[in-house]
Design a protein around this ligand. Structure first.
Ligand SMILES: [Zn+2]
Length: 346
């Protein structure tokens, strides 16, 4: 009996059930008449908030959640952070009243040029300041909402321009919001959400050096082993707004792999060599299920238990591609979750 028990323990990933983690959701539009793939209807958004409340999820501010993870302090079980990208005005009109009603904190990532130039359907600086007074946080989503790594190889100054624009956006947020933040004894956070969730290692390294925390749009949970310049969030709009599948994701934990060692997520064709290192070597081959575009892909486990490799994916088109892997906790309906997204750009 003892032997059996030890084997079971050794087979489990090393992230213990007591390690703190949280899941973040990302929305864009909350409206009934905006592009379906990036929208959730007002009624369905309210369903999400009610679902979180009725199922004992604890909605936490991103600030509180990140501090807890980084300082090793305890987060409530089932902690979730709500985020919105782009600062569409429908968030102010449709989502804010519901967030106030539920008393939920949230974060809005903002591309500053669209506010400065008062683009139609985008929030104004006054509206963004108003969010801060209602448990909202406003943070950087670039200046022009530009593609960050879809680069013309002849454009030698691209990276310099890109980083200048990120700093410009941070300065604009500071100029417009610092006073309101300071009245609440808060500061503008140094966070960046990559437009379209696209980044490369060069950009990640620059952000790290400049002390930014950065968020992508690949799915997964956040814990002490995460890559803090490529934090995952679960998309929750469009086809992802279904509450049954969202429940599985919200109840998942991050798969304990070494996220900082993942390959540069940009290739000119197909997929990079996706070798994934466990945080600690596994004694038995884990029962991982991996999928690309709804098709099963079979990971190859290394003999020393330190890593697994995903097969090369033949991609027929440029743009974003993603592999998701899950591993079920023994005798539960809960999963460890891992997602890797890369960009094919010639
Ligand atoms: Zn965006």
């Amino acid at each position: 009996m003892r032997v059996v028990l030890i084997t079971l323990v050794l087979m489990l990933p090393t992230m213990s059930m007591s390690d703190s983690y949280f899941n973040a959701l990302v929305y864009h539009h909350v409206a009934d008449n905006t592009p379906p793939s990036t929208s959730i209807s007002v009624a369905q958004f309210e369903n999400h908030l009610r679902f979180l409340k009725e199922n004992d999820f604890k909605v936490v501010s991103l600030d509180e959640a990140l501090n807890a993870i980084q300082n090793g302090t305890k987060l409530p079980e089932k902690a979730v952070a709500i985020t919105f990208d782009d600062a569409f005005e429908n968030i102010y009109q449709n989502a804010l009243p519901l967030l106030i009603e539920y008393d939920y904190p949230f974060t809005v990532f903002t591309a500053t040029d669209s506010v400065d130039r008062q683009f139609k359907d985008m929030m104004s600086w006054d509206q963004l300041r108003d969010l801060l007074k209602h448990k909202g946080t406003v943070a950087n989503h670039s200046r022009f909402h530009e593609y960050m790594v879809r680069v013309d190889k002849n454009d030698k100054s691209h990276f310099q321009t890109l980083t200048k624009n990120i700093q410009f956006a941070q300065n604009r947020l500071q100029e417009e919001l610092a006073e309101t933040y300071s009245k609440q004894k808060r500061e503008l956070p140094k966070w960046m959400a990559y437009p379209y969730g696209e980044y490369n290692n060069q950009l990640k390294n620059w952000l790290k050096q400049e002390n930014y925390i950065a968020f992508g749009q690949q799915s997964g949970g956040i814990f002490s082993g995460s890559d803090f310049q490529a934090l995952p969030r679960f998309p929750a709009a469009g086809i992802y707004s279904n509450l049954k599948t969202l429940k599985t994701k919200l109840e998942s934990r991050p798969l304990p792999v070494n996220y900082s060692l993942l390959p540069n997520p940009v290739t000119s064709k197909n997929s990079p060599d996706i070798t994934v290192y466990w945080q600690q070597a596994r004694q038995a081959a884990p029962s991982l299920n991996c999928f690309y575009n709804g098709e099963v892909v079979t990971p190859k486990h290394s003999d020393d238990g330190k890593s697994f490799q995903l097969p090369m994916i033949k991609t027929n088109q440029t743009g974003r591609h993603r592999i998701n892997c899950t591993e079920r906790f023994p005798s539960t309906n809960r999963y460890y979750w891992f997602s890797y997204q890369w960009l094919v750009w010639p």
